[in-house]
Design a protein around this ligand. Structure first.
Ligand SMILES: *Cc1c(COP(=O)(O)O)cnc(C)c1O
Length: 386
């Protein structure tokens, strides 16, 4: 038999041409189970912002023990219902004129942070002839979303009156810690106390919320006293501990094929502004991804990738669509796959390293990666080993 080599066109095969994100379902499953086990409380899987850039993982989370789904906005919740997710869903950040009727009709719980919002929800539910399921959200210290403590009594009282009128049902009371990523901070004690007082005030007004939830990933992991009846887990699902302590399993791997190889001499400027100049003869590899794909431009001068098990520096500026890697005298071929970031088990840079290189947090990095979705292929299994 004669093996016929494919014609070399100078470009890698089409399926290897683009940057790809792989989401390891087993990592998500593992992390959900880990949180259930460690916290001994039910887990709300937070899948806002396209699951922090990880795509459709709600089903995996539910299949592995999560009992609730959390999102920021009602449209996110409705999309999940369309996909057939039947579990309880909570949406906590909506404008006063949000589509409350659709939320009620689709059994989407909503967080309430103001009297105006409460009345708008109740009115929509009344018109639809339904009862809205709400979670009163108390601002325990963030000064961000959540009802200010000054209106808490009035909010509870009005909610109770609307309960008696059959317009709303107060299912939960929630808060969100400002400083849980610093578990020893006394701020956590202060905010927990505010939450407990808020729950007491709700009880005094006759409310009987069954879901009391204060903890997100860091609180659930490191502040057992913040767990109450439910933990809202976002970052942790994807392998990120905001406090940087727990050994979670990162789920995301970003790869890109070597799209071009160029042998150059020493003293050659690379990329915009020639921020980098080669020292001696070397090989430059082009990867077809850049800040348009979510790579942080600020990582210039520090970032590395792994190709064939070796780390090489990204050199020069990170462009919108491409980066240049100085691979020295390594013998590479077009189509070799660079591991840009991942769990780290194959010598590739971790998301945590990239965050340090670019002065941001892991959350921001992974959330931004999915933006140019036309270049991103998601698969359910880890199959980056090529
Ligand atoms: C994003 C968010 C969460 C999830 O937080 P993580 O730290 O990512 O686990 C929980 N609750 C609220 C209100 C949020 O906005």
């Amino acid at each position: 038999m004669i093996a016929v080599a494919p014609p070399r066109t100078g470009m890698p095969p089409a399926e290897h041409r683009l940057a790809e994100i792989f989401v390891d379902r087993r990592a998500i499953a593992h992390n959900v189970r880990y949180f259930s086990w460690v916290t001994q409380t039910p887990v709300m899987a937070v899948v806002k912002a396209d699951a922090f850039g990880h795509g459709d993982i709600a089903e995996i989370a539910l299949a592995n023990g999560a009992t609730w789904i959390g999102v920021a906005t009602i449209p996110e919740a409705l999309r999940l219902r369309e996909q057939g997710i039947a579990a309880p869903i909570l949406s906590w950040l909506n404008p006063v004129d949000a589509d409350w009727a659709a939320a009620t009709a689709q059994q989407v719980d909503v967080a309430v942070t103001s009297l105006e919002q409460l009345y708008a929800i109740a009115a929509a539910a009344g018109e639809a002839g339904g009862t809205a399921r709400v979670h009163l959200h108390l601002d325990v210290g963030m000064s961000r979303d959540g009802a200010p403590t000054e209106i808490w009594s009035a909010l509870c009282e009005s909610a109770r009156a609307l309960e008696e009128a059959g317009r709303v049902r107060v299912v939960g009371v929630m808060g969100h810690l400002s400083s849980a990523d610093d578990p020893e901070s006394a701020q956590n004690d202060i905010e927990r106390l505010r939450f407990v007082n808020g729950v007491r005030a709700a009880h005094r007004r006759g409310l009987t919320p069954s879901e009391l939830h204060l903890a997100a990933s860091a609180g659930a992991l490191h502040r057992p006293d913040s767990r109450f009846t439910l933990s809202r887990i976002g970052a942790g699902l994807y392998g990120i501990d905001p406090a940087g302590r727990a050994e979670l399993t990162p789920a995301l791997t970003l790869t890109a094929p070597v799209a071009q190889l160029r042998r150059v001499g020493g003293g050659v400027g690379v990329g915009y502004g020639h921020d980098y100049t080669t020292v001696e003869a070397t090989t430059l590899a082009v990867l077809p991804l850049g800040y348009g794909d979510g790579l942080p431009r600020a990582a210039q001068g520090r970032a590395e990738v792994s190709i064939r098990g070796h780390r090489f520096p990204i050199v020069g500026r990170i462009s919108m669509d491409q980066v240049v890697v100085d691979v020295g005298n390594a013998q590479l071929e077009l189509g070799d796959v660079a591991l840009v970031m991942g769990p780290g088990g194959r010598g590739e840079p971790t998301v945590r390293e990239w965050a340090a290189w670019s002065g941001t947090i892991e959350h921001e990095l992974v959330t931004r990666l999915g933006v140019r979705s036309s270049r991103v292929l998601r698969t359910s299994d880890a199959r980056w080993a090529r």
